[in-house]
Design a protein around this ligand. Structure first.
Ligand code: HEM
Length: 571
């Protein structure tokens, strides 16, 4: 077309320019309006947050820069910054308000409450993995499933697992013996062992029907935790659409494939056994070995009355929860089933739980049940290697229980392992495998420790690691001192000053399972070996990838040993 006439392309591009201009001129005010509304709707949050102590942050990103660097650096920065503050610390992770609590009186308000039961939004990153399993679900669903699952970890069920705990402990000792005194990372061994134990006990899948996927599973879980931790600490990985563009998204898909394939296999195998009529006889009290049914001994009765020692199972003195229901009940009164048996049986009876929900709960128990105990036992072995004098005392106690016999450990034996239990509690105090617990605040919370109110809409973080190292509660808090758990010392301590398993309605359902299993594994290892460590506690490079671990790995050395009586006989 010639002269002053306008081409169709020009008309089209002018139309496009003007529609883009209109769009932008509408979008900008809309965004501005939304921002003003958003700020106004958060006035209450800002007003209360203003009064909370915490390190200064930058505009918009707040304290997000403190969450950069490797896992170890993030852990170090946050714990160092925390030292400048006392009972409550505020951090801004971009627009998110995080309030760390360290005073047991405040922690009690959160953990014992029926109001603050909802997990913080950060737990949603677990969803592709654990779905709406017990760890992250809330409301009616959580309540119903908790009620169903908690009794499957009842003491009577646990007693029937002792033989399997023994078998697996002996197996891991055999593998460790083959290392011939070489330095190795005991976490790898503890992870594999705890996965195998879970499969055989809570899941009731016989070793004969398994393949060697336990180790691969544990390693995949470890890498998944790295990814989740990255999402918790790196703001740019928060939104799903940005995460999906990152290299971690593809890695996550591959890892979940491995993880879920094991849990699917477990359910399939258990269902096949069910259809052939093999049901959960394992956990019924009738099958508890005759020696466990004996009249309670004097020692056992004594252990039941001293709450912290013997039967405390990692709980503070005086704290009771749904896991303590009926503990005094005599064996044989009530039929109880192990975890997966009960879930499948409930589903068959058309009640409370769907197939998908069973899968989510299996994934949850497999994760919560192995990684925590693997970390706890690895810290314990490292500490034994470092504190030889304390190891001497543990060994003395074990030798006094077992003499030079190589018989398996019984439930009664575990009640007598009082010093070992104190060492385990002290390990969980100094190195709690779950170093923080987060809750979403649906209502304001007036704190007990001072004139502060945690606002609705914020995330409260129970800072277990810091709580357990408060000098006002534990004199010389950085010293490994099992006597911190002598009954006379715990008697006057606040119940919520020791919460490695959390406490209250959402406490750990596996607490008793974990303590019993750890006593059997650790005593079996220490009956056969002496532990050495070339590193000291000051060399620990802690990192909190969901579960507290050592960046450098848990390097120890084991040397075979004989009970003292056998040594004396030989000399
Ligand atoms: C030393 C070992 C363990 C430690 C230190 C530990 C610690 C914890 C903590 C602190 C919580 C609360 C987490 C939160 O609120 O975010 C928790 C919850 C949970 N734990 Fe454990 N745990 C251990 C072992 C186990 C075992 C062996 C199992 C199962 C076999 C288990 C199953 C669970 C489940 C299902 C929950 C969620 C409970 C709920 O929300 O109702 N844990 N654990």
């Amino acid at each position: 077309m010639a002269g002053g006439t306008v081409s169709a392309d020009q008309v089209q591009s002018q139309t496009q320019v003007s529609s883009t201009t209109i769009f932008i001129s509408l979008l900008l005010p809309a965004l501005l309006l939304w921002y003003v509304y958003w700020k106004l709707s958060r006035r209450h949050l800002y007003k209360l947050a203003e009064k909370l102590p915490g390190p200064k942050g930058l505009p918009f990103i707040g304290n997000a820069l403190d969450l950069t660097g490797t896992s170890h650096i993030v852990f170090k920065t946050v714990t160092e910054k925390g030292k400048e503050f006392n009972q409550v610390i505020k951090l801004w992770a971009g627009p998110k308000l995080l309030v760390f609590l360290v005073d047991p009186r405040d922690i009690e308000l959160v953990l014992s409450s029926q109001v603050y039961l909802e997990k913080s939004p950060e737990y949603r990153f677990f969803e592709p993995w654990l779905g709406q399993g017990l760890l992250i679900s809330s409301g009616q669903k959580w309540r119903a499933h908790r009620k169903l699952i908690a009794p499957t970890f009842h003491l009577n069920v646990l007693k029937s697992f002792i033989e399997l705990f023994n078998d697996n402990s002996r197996l891991v000792c055999k593998k460790m013996l083959a290392l011939n005194g070489k330095t190795f990372d005991c976490h790898d061994y503890m992870s594999e062992c705890t996965v195998e134990i879970l499969l055989e006990t809570a899941m009731g899948v016989s070793r004969k029907t398994q393949d060697q996927s336990g180790f691969d599973y544990a390693m995949a879980v470890m890498k998944m935790c790295d990814i989740l931790h990255l999402r918790h600490t790196k703001l740019w990985l928060y939104p799903d659409f940005l995460f999906k563009l990152s290299k971690y998204s593809k890695l996550q898909v591959n890892l979940l494939d491995k993880i879920h394939s094991l849990t699917k296999k477990v359910i399939k195998s258990k269902k096949e056994a069910f259809s052939k009529g093999t049901r959960g006889t394992l956990a019924t009290p009738e099958f508890i070995k005759p020696e466990e049914k004996q009249e309670k001994s004097k020692e056992e009765k004594k252990a039941e009355t001293t709450v912290v020692e013997g039967l405390s199972f990692g709980q503070s003195a005086g704290l009771k929860d749904d896991l303590d229901v009926d503990d005094g009940m005599d064996v044989g009164e009530k039929k109880r089933l192990a975890f997966l048996d009960l879930l499948l049986e409930s589903a068959e009876n058309g009640a409370v739980i769907s197939e998908q929900e069973i899968k989510e709960q299996v994934d949850t128990i497999m994760f919560e049940g192995h990684d925590t105990t693997a970390a706890g036992s690895s810290f314990f072995l490292s500490l034994m290697g470092i504190h030889q004098d304390i190891q001497d005392k543990v060994i003395e106690e074990i030798d006094s229980i077992f003499g030079d016999s190589d018989r398996p450990c019984t439930f009664q034996d575990t009640l007598e392992m009082k010093y070992l239990e104190r060492c385990m509690m002290e390990t969980l105090r100094m190195y709690p495998p779950v170093p923080v617990i987060a809750r979403h605040m649906k209502q304001d919370l007036k704190l007990a420790s001072g004139d502060y109110t945690v606002p609705k809409g914020s995330t409260v973080i129970v800072a277990t690691y810091k709580l357990h190292r408060l000098e006002s509660i534990y004199p010389n808090p950085d010293k490994f001192d099992p006597d911190n758990f002598l009954p006379e010392r715990t008697a006057n301590r606040h119940y919520y000053a020791f919460v490695p398993f959390s406490a209250g309605p959402r406490s750990c359902v596996g607490r008793k399972y974990a303590m019993l299993k750890l006593k059997v594994i650790l005593s079996t290892i220490l009956r056969q070996f002496r532990v050495y460590s070339d590193l000291d506690e000051k060399d620990f490079r802690l990192q909190a990838d969901i579960i507290l671990k050592r960046e450098e790995g848990f390097q120890i050395r084991l040397e075979p040993r004989k009970p003292k009586s056998k040594q004396a006989a030989a000399s």
